[in-house]
Design a protein around this ligand. Sequence first.
Ligand SMILES: Nc1ncnc2c1ncn2[C@@H]1O[C@H](COP(=O)(O)OP(=O)(O)OP(=O)(O)O)[C@@H](O)[C@H]1O
Length: 248
Amino acid sequence: MANKPILAIDHLEKKYGDTVVLKDINEQIQSGEVVCVIGPSGAGKSTFLRCLNLLEQPTAGEVRYKGQDILKFNKTQLSDYREKVGMVFQNFNLFPNMTVLENLKLAPKRVKHLSDSDATDAALTLLERVGLKDKAQVYPDSLSGGQKQRVAIARALAMNPEVLLFDEPTSALDPEMVGEVLSVMQELAEEGMTMVVVTHEMGFAREVANRVWFMADGYIQEDGTPNEVFEHPKTERAQDFIAKIIGN
Ligand SMILES: Nc1ncnc2c1ncn2[C@@H]1O[C@H](COP(=O)(O)OP(=O)(O)OP(=O)(O)O)[C@@H](O)[C@H]1O
């Protein structure tokens, strides 16, 4: 392949004690790709995602970002890497004692040393992009779940990431809030953001992903286009899962 991957995963393994949760994962992600990771509960999807930014330490293997093994990064390199590879969590992780605007300004000021007024301008632009400019001065507690998650996405974008990792970003939301978050994510995908999304939202995976990885028992068992994985799954495990999810 001509393109160099932005992320390359080689022989990744994660064990907790004697329990092997991820087994020999080998994958590559190209810049601009949207990869959705699907699979049954307990398959290792979140653990895998957390290994990509070292919230979990892999027990073996390599994760290379633009050719460099992130497991060998020193503290400064790791902090630079986490600026470039942002993460959006299931439970938003907003700072409750800060306004929405302060949530967005904190890291750009502290880490990127932006001036207060530059950080404010950038934050307001991002809030506008996720449709929440009018919420700049409120505290997260007064927002709906969908609004909180849109703020969390804006906060991740405030660091100008090259890759965004999403860990079940809509799983904690009431059903009526899911669409507003997915549509922000879809816009990001259309703008060319590289995204790895662990999700139970099969509609999103079908429509927005370039590639779908089906994970079960700590392996990526299927890797293909949405059409390949949803319509023509090769393994029995994926066939069963997809039949149950799609309901036929
Ligand atoms: N800190 C930990 N210590 C021990 N076992 C863990 C730890 N974290 C996760 N596990 C185990 O690893 C396995 C994979 O968990 P993980 O959360 O990655 O799965 P998942 O595919 O994301 O599931 P779900 O869709 O339910 O979130 C599970 O069996 C889980 O119990």
